[in-house]
Design a protein around this ligand. Structure first.
Ligand code: 26V
Length: 825
């Protein structure tokens, strides 16, 4: 089969116009010349989707024919962002489409703004999944992303008097041009009910599960377009509906309204994305959501396999299954897929226990994304028993074999070890430890940055590492340079195109050629002129979104990520308050003007996180309107931070704030995006910051604060935050200021909870311990910025040395070490 990538790239401007006009006229029933951006956005997207669907079909045929192994990426979250501009770039159709639209009187960049973000995720974990899908298609691997078709993605954020307000995300209000519904691949999912032990003719006993209820899963496919490649894969999102067959009875018995109630109840399962990155212990709906998703995906994986290779009941096909199917669990959220595959193989396909277990061990791998104890999932045994009785009995048997064989072999008759490693946490309310099930089953378990993977081994699962010394491994995260440079920063992309004689967006290591230009005055000037233009563009956006006027000559200092104590937005805030104090004391203070830019959503139930947003907004209000400091300081909290807003902020950033407590941020990926776009990092030795520092060298990053070992040592000797409050006059003055009504006129005490979290609250994330070191690093940074050629050199080297953090490299690591795929093109 000949390559299709060049074929797509040769689609002419005239042909694109024609395709757009076709959809305007026949799909949307619009006048050709209608002055309506939404209509043109939709028509352009539909026209592009036609081209994409053809490639999708070709890809499927090619992958089937070559019988390559396929990876199934199971994730409850995907933060896809907008699709139009990215798909155009990946197909090489951006320029021609831009020209076509121009003849129709529209700016393509303008139209792209019309699309809603697909915000089916919370943060890093969901965006990582989206980057991985991009890389898999770009590298011509066969991959299926599985996810949930949430009716509402992550909530929309606005501020009312500085306080976060949440409203529902309506990404599909009028339908999405990118989805294809596939009713023929619907699934029926059993749950609740009881188990009957049925004696078999051969004397054995078979467990038969009589479900109390069934749900229907309807798949929607979003095509995933590779960059300059032959491949279009799919992201398959499951929507939950009531199972009509099941409800037929209720309808027949005349209870028409009751039957509709069941529809509504079923639809809640995929209604909304859970907005916490914390474990929702005991929330039955969340548990059902996870199971529904896992069952649909596993059934679909099996159906696709059988469709290609024949019935799994044939023993000869079990081996083939392991050779053709890999399943990656994105955190523990899809863990039930393990039990569902076991159940299906044993109960429905007559596979015996040992073979079913061997298959699961070969097929599954698990990625850990956090060490924070509150995010580690545990589900009560009672809930498990009620919703999934058959799955629980399988889990018990896995546990028995694990404890009696594996654990007992290494630690004979050791009850303490059995209790520590058991899949069940005993106690007042016994719980299933989801991560333990993942580790026991998976053939590989990976962390997402080297330090994180080391800590997974040393602190989280040391006994598992002893049991299986090759199981725990590392795959450092990455980001796709297509969305995070080529598409979002066209000015810099053009400069790179004309400087580097290669497709750097595919081979990001080629950016290292810029090293030789880092000292070149002419190149520095070009590079910084682009940064300046991007800053001017962001200045306008800031004005539009907040009404605040900022100067592009100031340092643009950016912290964009979910709001969490461990990420320490409040350390940033404390330093801002300190700078403000210094400026009031000495208005002539010699410093480069600085704009601190925040973007962050707080989980709706996370009280202190919301108070930090409120405090930042209140401090911003005061500072931004204080003429005494002569615009040397501005603070901007941009509302509704999301992928499409990140795409505007990142190209304009001078400074990247990556200031989590060492040992708490598994990797971070915003750190990579910002550095790639020429921002210099101020950060702790945490997550991927460590590897970024290794790549750019100590001269091109501002590292401060406690190391992981120092944090541990402080904890061991009982960290006392009061000591810093008492001994550091600056800290004391800033914290005491929060108790007054200076920032909240007439309402003293409104910001005191933040001070209290540092003192009475014990400062769990060591903000006070790191404050001075952070302030010192900020001072050094300010000095460096005021030497323009030194700063330009640092910025260029950051862009030049980010090759390692291409998500293509991450995917190749997974392929080599975990999935063992071969390309199909
Ligand atoms: C946890 C939970 C718990 C149950 C309810 C829903 C929910 C949703 C998200 C999470 C996520 C916790 C893990 C996470 O997002 N980790 C982040 O993963 C990034 C990609 O590997 C990594 O860069 C970040 O450092 C890490 O915090």
């Amino acid at each position: 089969q000949s390559s299709t990538k060049n074929k797509t790239q040769s689609i002419t401007v005239a042909e694109i116009s024609q395709r757009i006009e076709h959809h305007l006229k026949f799909t949307l029933d619009e006048q050709i010349n209608v002055d309506q951006k939404p209509a043109y956005w939709r028509a352009t997207s539909l026209a592009l989707n036609d081209i994409i669907v053809e490639k999708l079909q070709n890809t499927k045929a090619r992958q089937q024919q070559s019988e390559v192994k396929s990876v199934n990426y199971l994730s409850l979250e995907y933060l896809m962002g907008r699709l139009l501009s990215n798909n155009l770039h990946n197909l090489g159709l951006y320029t021609n489409t831009e020209k076509a639209l121009k003849t129709m009187g529209f700016e393509l960049a303008d139209l792209c703004e019309q699309g809603a973000d697909l915000a089916l995720g919370n943060g890093g974990l969901g965006r990582l999944a989206a980057c991985f899908l991009d890389s898999l298609a770009t590298l011509d691997y066969s991959a299926m992303g599985y996810g949930v078709h949430y009716q509402h993605g992550l909530f929309k954020q606005s501020f009312a008097d500085g306080q976060q307000i949440e409203t529902p995300d309506m990404w599909r209000e009028f339908g999405s041009p990118w989805e294809i519904c596939r009713p023929e691949s619907s699934q029926t999912i059993p749950l609740y009910g009881h188990i009957e032990e049925v004696a078999q003719a051969n004397g054995t006993i078979k467990s038969v599960w009589h479900a109390g209820k069934t749900l229907k899963g309807v798949p929607w496919d979003v095509p995933i377009v590779g960059y300059n490649s032959d491949t279009v894969n799919a992201l398959r999102l499951w929507e939950c509906r009531a199972d009509n067959a099941f409800d037929w009875d209720t309808f027949n018995h005349g209870d028409y309204l009751q039957a509709h109630q069941q529809q509504v109840a079923a639809e809640t399962v995929s209604k909304v994305l859970y907005p916490n990155d914390e474990h929702e212990a005991g929330k039955e709906l969340r548990f059902v959501q996870q199971y529904f998703f896992c069952a649909c995906s596993v059934q679909d994986i099996i159906a696709r396999f059988e469709n290609q290779y024949g019935a799994l009941a044939e023993q000869s096909h079990w081996q083939t299954f392991c050779e053709k199917v890999a399943i990656q669990l994105n955190d523990t959220h899809p863990t039930i897929a393990i039990l569902e595959l076991m159940r299906t193989l044993i109960d429905n396909h007559n596979v015996d226990w040992d073979n079913a277990w061997a298959i699961c061990q070969k097929v599954f791998a698990y990625t850990n994304h956090t060490l924070l104890p509150e995010a580690l999932e545990k589900w009560s045994v009672a809930l498990f028993q009620r919703v999934l009785p058959r799955h629980l009995s399988i889990l018990y048997r896995i546990n028995e074999a694990f404890l009696n064989d594996d654990v007992n072999a290494l630690w004979p008759n050791n009850d303490d070890m059995r209790a520590r490693l058991s899949l069940i946490e005993e106690g007042h309310e016994p719980k299933v430890r989801m991560a333990h099930l993942c580790v026991v089953t998976a053939h590989r378990v990976n962390g997402v940055a080297q330090i994180h993977s080391d800590l997974v081994k040393q602190d989280l699962f040391p006994e598992f590492d002893q049991l299986w010394p090759t199981k725990l491994t590392n795959v450092t995260n990455g980001i796709t340079p297509r969305r995070w440079l080529k598409a979002c920063n066209p000015l810099l992309a053009n400069l790179l195109d004309s400087t580097i004689n290669a497709d750097w967006a595919k081979d990001l290591n080629r950016l290292s050629e810029l090293k030789h230009l880092a000292d070149n005055a002419d190149f520095q000037q070009q590079f910084m002129a682009i940064k300046q233009q991007n800053k001017i563009a962001l200045t306008k956006e800031i004005k539009k979104l907040t009404g605040i006027t900022v100067s592009p000559d100031a340092i643009f200092d950016v912290q964009i990520k979910r709001l969490h104590e461990y990420k320490r937005q409040h350390l940033n805030l404390l330093h801002i308050i300190s700078l403000y104090r210094q400026l009031l004391a000495n208005p002539e203070l010699d410093m480069q003007p600085r704009v601190f830019i925040f973007g962050a959503k707080a989980a709706p139930g996370y009280k202190l996180a919301k108070e930090i947003i409120y405090a930042t907004n209140k401090v911003a209000e005061k500072i931004n309107n204080d003429i005494r400091i002569q615009d040397k300081l501005k603070v901007v909290f941009l509302p509704n931070y999301r992928v499409s807003l990140a795409e505007k902020i990142i190209p304009a950033a001078d400074v990247s704030e990556q200031i989590s407590t060492a040992g708490k941020e598994a990797s971070g990926t915003g750190n990579m995006k910002l550095a790639l776009n020429g921002a210099v990092t101020i950060g702790t030795l945490d997550g991927a910051n460590i590897e970024i520092a290794e790549e750019v060298g100590d001269d091109n990053i501002f590292i401060f604060g406690l190391t992981v070992d120092e944090v541990k040592a402080l904890d061991a000797q009982d960290y006392n935050s009061y000591q810093y409050y008492q001994n550091n006059a600056e800290i004391r003055a800033c914290l005491d200021w929060l108790d007054t009504d200076y920032f909240t006129p007439g309402n003293p005490g409104e910001l005191s909870s933040i001070k209290e979290s540092f003192l009475a609250g014990g400062d769990p994330y060591k903000v006070l311990a790191d404050f001075q070191s952070y302030a010192d690093a900020q001072l050094a940074l300010d000095k460096a910025y005021r030497n323009p050629s030194q700063w330009a050199k640092m910025a260029i080297l950051n862009t030049a040395l980010m090759g390692k953090f291409n998500s293509d490299r991450s995917i190749e690591d997974y392929v080599q070490n975990i999935w063992h795929l071969t390309v199909s093109k």
